[in-house]
Ligand binder design. Structure first.
Ligand SMILES: Cc1cc2nc3c(=O)[nH]c(=O)nc-3n(C[C@H](O)[C@H](O)[C@H](O)COP(=O)(O)O)c2cc1C
Length: 142
Protein backbone atom coordinates (compact mmCIF):
# COMPACT_ATOMS: atom_id res chain seq x y z
CA UNK A 1 0.00 0.00 0.00
CA UNK A 2 1.30 3.41 -1.03
CA UNK A 3 0.99 5.87 1.88
CA UNK A 4 1.88 9.51 2.37
CA UNK A 5 1.71 11.72 5.45
CA UNK A 6 1.48 15.41 4.59
CA UNK A 7 0.95 18.36 6.88
CA UNK A 8 1.17 22.09 7.22
CA UNK A 9 2.37 23.77 10.39
CA UNK A 10 2.89 27.36 11.42
CA UNK A 11 4.18 26.88 14.96
CA UNK A 12 5.28 23.22 14.98
CA UNK A 13 2.45 21.41 16.77
CA UNK A 14 1.04 19.61 13.75
CA UNK A 15 4.55 18.59 12.73
CA UNK A 16 4.86 16.61 15.98
CA UNK A 17 1.60 14.80 15.29
CA UNK A 18 2.52 14.13 11.67
CA UNK A 19 5.87 12.67 12.67
CA UNK A 20 4.18 10.35 15.17
CA UNK A 21 1.76 9.19 12.49
CA UNK A 22 4.52 8.82 9.90
CA UNK A 23 6.65 6.70 12.19
CA UNK A 24 3.65 4.46 12.98
CA UNK A 25 3.11 3.76 9.28
CA UNK A 26 6.79 3.67 8.29
CA UNK A 27 7.16 6.76 6.07
CA UNK A 28 8.57 10.30 6.36
CA UNK A 29 6.14 13.15 6.99
CA UNK A 30 6.20 15.79 4.25
CA UNK A 31 5.54 19.51 4.69
CA UNK A 32 2.84 21.24 2.64
CA UNK A 33 4.07 24.64 1.55
CA UNK A 34 2.89 27.23 -0.92
CA UNK A 35 2.90 25.51 -4.34
CA UNK A 36 3.51 21.97 -3.04
CA UNK A 37 2.36 19.75 -5.89
CA UNK A 38 1.00 16.25 -5.79
CA UNK A 39 1.13 13.90 -8.76
CA UNK A 40 1.91 10.32 -7.75
CA UNK A 41 -1.26 8.39 -6.89
CA UNK A 42 -1.52 7.07 -3.33
CA UNK A 43 -3.78 4.52 -1.65
CA UNK A 44 -3.85 6.52 1.56
CA UNK A 45 -3.02 10.14 2.32
CA UNK A 46 -2.84 11.24 5.94
CA UNK A 47 -3.28 15.00 5.89
CA UNK A 48 -3.23 17.49 8.73
CA UNK A 49 -2.98 21.13 9.71
CA UNK A 50 -3.47 23.57 12.57
CA UNK A 51 -6.49 25.86 12.80
CA UNK A 52 -5.92 29.53 11.98
CA UNK A 53 -8.77 32.00 12.30
CA UNK A 54 -11.26 29.15 12.08
CA UNK A 55 -9.74 27.70 8.89
CA UNK A 56 -6.96 25.51 7.56
CA UNK A 57 -3.90 27.38 6.28
CA UNK A 58 -4.17 28.71 2.73
CA UNK A 59 -1.32 26.41 1.61
CA UNK A 60 -3.36 23.41 2.73
CA UNK A 61 -6.50 24.70 1.05
CA UNK A 62 -4.60 25.23 -2.24
CA UNK A 63 -2.93 21.83 -1.90
CA UNK A 64 -6.23 19.99 -1.45
CA UNK A 65 -7.72 21.85 -4.39
CA UNK A 66 -5.35 20.02 -6.77
CA UNK A 67 -6.20 16.56 -5.40
CA UNK A 68 -8.70 14.18 -6.98
CA UNK A 69 -9.95 10.62 -6.44
CA UNK A 70 -7.54 9.64 -9.26
CA UNK A 71 -4.52 10.65 -7.16
CA UNK A 72 -5.89 10.02 -3.65
CA UNK A 73 -7.86 6.81 -3.19
CA UNK A 74 -8.42 7.36 0.54
CA UNK A 75 -7.62 10.13 2.98
CA UNK A 76 -7.38 10.26 6.77
CA UNK A 77 -7.45 13.59 8.56
CA UNK A 78 -5.65 14.93 11.61
CA UNK A 79 -5.19 18.36 13.11
CA UNK A 80 -4.36 20.55 16.08
CA UNK A 81 -6.19 23.56 17.47
CA UNK A 82 -6.13 26.07 20.30
CA UNK A 83 -9.68 25.68 21.57
CA UNK A 84 -12.05 24.88 18.70
CA UNK A 85 -11.83 21.22 17.62
CA UNK A 86 -13.09 22.00 14.11
CA UNK A 87 -9.95 21.61 12.00
CA UNK A 88 -10.50 17.93 11.22
CA UNK A 89 -14.03 18.52 9.93
CA UNK A 90 -12.83 21.54 8.00
CA UNK A 91 -10.22 19.48 6.13
CA UNK A 92 -12.60 16.55 5.76
CA UNK A 93 -15.11 18.76 3.96
CA UNK A 94 -12.46 20.16 1.58
CA UNK A 95 -11.50 16.59 0.64
CA UNK A 96 -15.07 15.39 0.28
CA UNK A 97 -15.87 18.37 -1.92
CA UNK A 98 -13.14 17.03 -4.26
CA UNK A 99 -14.84 13.63 -4.25
CA UNK A 100 -12.14 11.98 -2.14
CA UNK A 101 -13.05 9.16 0.22
CA UNK A 102 -12.29 10.17 3.81
CA UNK A 103 -11.90 7.32 6.27
CA UNK A 104 -13.98 7.64 9.41
CA UNK A 105 -12.17 8.26 12.66
CA UNK A 106 -10.04 11.37 12.32
CA UNK A 107 -7.57 12.56 14.98
CA UNK A 108 -7.46 15.99 16.59
CA UNK A 109 -5.77 17.36 19.68
CA UNK A 110 -4.93 20.64 21.36
CA UNK A 111 -1.76 22.48 20.40
CA UNK A 112 0.21 25.10 22.25
CA UNK A 113 -0.98 28.57 21.25
CA UNK A 114 -0.08 32.16 22.09
CA UNK A 115 2.60 31.07 24.62
CA UNK A 116 0.28 30.10 27.47
CA UNK A 117 -2.69 28.15 26.09
CA UNK A 118 -2.30 24.31 26.07
CA UNK A 119 1.31 24.86 27.07
CA UNK A 120 2.21 21.18 27.13
CA UNK A 121 0.41 20.00 24.00
CA UNK A 122 0.84 17.97 21.97
CA UNK A 123 2.09 15.82 24.84
CA UNK A 124 3.15 12.19 25.06
CA UNK A 125 -0.46 11.00 25.36
CA UNK A 126 -1.47 13.00 22.28
CA UNK A 127 1.40 11.47 20.29
CA UNK A 128 0.49 7.96 21.41
CA UNK A 129 -3.14 8.53 20.50
CA UNK A 130 -2.08 9.82 17.07
CA UNK A 131 -0.13 6.60 16.53
CA UNK A 132 -3.12 4.51 17.58
CA UNK A 133 -5.24 6.48 15.12
CA UNK A 134 -2.70 5.74 12.35
CA UNK A 135 -2.72 2.01 13.12
CA UNK A 136 -6.52 1.84 13.31
CA UNK A 137 -6.76 3.64 9.99
CA UNK A 138 -4.35 1.19 8.36
CA UNK A 139 -6.34 -1.75 9.72
CA UNK A 140 -9.48 -0.38 8.11
CA UNK A 141 -7.81 -0.58 4.70
CA UNK A 142 -6.18 -3.99 4.98
C1 LIG B 1 -2.42 32.86 13.58
C2 LIG B 1 -3.11 31.82 14.44
C3 LIG B 1 -4.50 31.75 14.43
C4 LIG B 1 -5.16 30.78 15.24
N1 LIG B 1 -6.52 30.70 15.21
C5 LIG B 1 -7.16 29.77 15.97
C6 LIG B 1 -8.57 29.65 15.93
O1 LIG B 1 -9.29 30.37 15.23
N2 LIG B 1 -9.15 28.71 16.73
C7 LIG B 1 -8.41 27.86 17.53
O2 LIG B 1 -9.00 27.02 18.21
N3 LIG B 1 -7.06 27.93 17.56
C8 LIG B 1 -6.41 28.86 16.80
N4 LIG B 1 -5.05 28.94 16.82
C9 LIG B 1 -4.29 27.95 17.59
C10 LIG B 1 -3.71 26.89 16.67
O3 LIG B 1 -4.74 26.23 15.95
C11 LIG B 1 -2.92 25.84 17.46
O4 LIG B 1 -1.88 26.47 18.16
C12 LIG B 1 -2.37 24.79 16.52
O5 LIG B 1 -1.82 23.74 17.28
C13 LIG B 1 -1.34 25.37 15.58
O6 LIG B 1 -0.80 24.35 14.80
P1 LIG B 1 0.71 24.43 14.27
O7 LIG B 1 1.62 24.59 15.48
O8 LIG B 1 0.92 23.15 13.57
O9 LIG B 1 0.79 25.62 13.37
C14 LIG B 1 -4.38 29.90 16.04
C15 LIG B 1 -2.98 30.00 16.04
C16 LIG B 1 -2.34 30.93 15.25
C17 LIG B 1 -0.84 30.99 15.25
Amino acid sequence: MNIKVMYHTTTGNTRKISQAIASAVGVQAELIEKNTSFEMPVDLLFIGDGLYGGKAHKSTIAFIDQLSPATVKNAAVFGTYGGQPIIVNYIKKLLQDKGINVIDGQFGCKGKAWFFINRKHPDETDLNMAQEFAKRTMEKLT
